[in-house]
Design a protein around this ligand. Structure first.
Ligand code: IMP
Ligand code: MG
Length: 181
């Protein structure tokens, strides 16, 4: 078994930086949703660590649910095609949805999900993403809450994976290109 950190070229965001940013985002969201019916919709699996931290920093009621879509194989480049693997448990008409994502990259995943959920007529729908790689955007979509804008490098940790590995790193790091060459 390879060491978890041996393929990390450098740390991009430390645990402390992540926690501080998530707290800032949670404060904004708590304020904006204090009179709403917040339903956090986590996009599995990448958002799970961010979602777990974010929800515990909110000081308002928040229900949670999850969706899982697949667009990446074991490559680091999106196929652009999105497929639903897991859908929400209940109708969303009575809720203000906040889609929670790890990273907004080409935008294919979130634009697909936003359209799909809008068709179910929620009270409102917004996007919270921890990371944003604007250079790589193909779809016309932006986040309403965004943690960090990052350069076009493949990152792992804090939920983000390469071929299902590295999600359990507590920080976000840049993967050595040799690790996925
Ligand atoms: P999009 O549909 O191209 O915006 O891709 C979004 C998904 O691609 C994210 O939810 C991640 O799972 C994955 N992804 C994009 N960039 C990275 C990265 O740098 N590291 C790990 N996963 C990534
Ligand atoms: Mg993901």
């Amino acid at each position: 078994m390879a060491d978890l950190r041996e393929n990390i070229a450098r740390i991009l965001l430390t645990e402390e930086e992540l926690q501080a940013k998530v707290a800032e985002m949670a404060a904004l969201i708590s304020e904006d949703y204090k009179d709403k019916q917040l339903l956090l919709v986590g996009v599995l699996k990448g958002s799970m660590v961010f979602m777990a931290d974010l929800m515990r920093k909110l000081n308002i009621n928040a229900k949670i649910d999850f969706m899982s879509v697949s667009s990446y194989g074991s490559s680091t480049v999106s196929s652009g095609q999105v497929r639903i693997i897991l859908d929400l448990k209940r109708p969303v008409e009575n809720y203000d949805l906040l889609l929670v994502e790890d990273i907004l990259d080409s935008g294919a995943t979130l634009s697909y999900l936003k359209e799909l959920l809008l068709a179910r007529q929620p009270k409102s729908i917004r996007i919270a993403t921890l990371l944003d790689k604007p250079e790589r955007r193909k779809a016309n979509i932006a986040a309403d809450y965004r943690g960090f804008e990052i350069p076009d490098e493949f990152v792992v940790g804090y939920g983000l994976d390469y071929d299902e590995d590295y999600r359990n790193l507590p920080f976000i790091g840049v993967l050595r290109p040799e690790a996925y060459a």
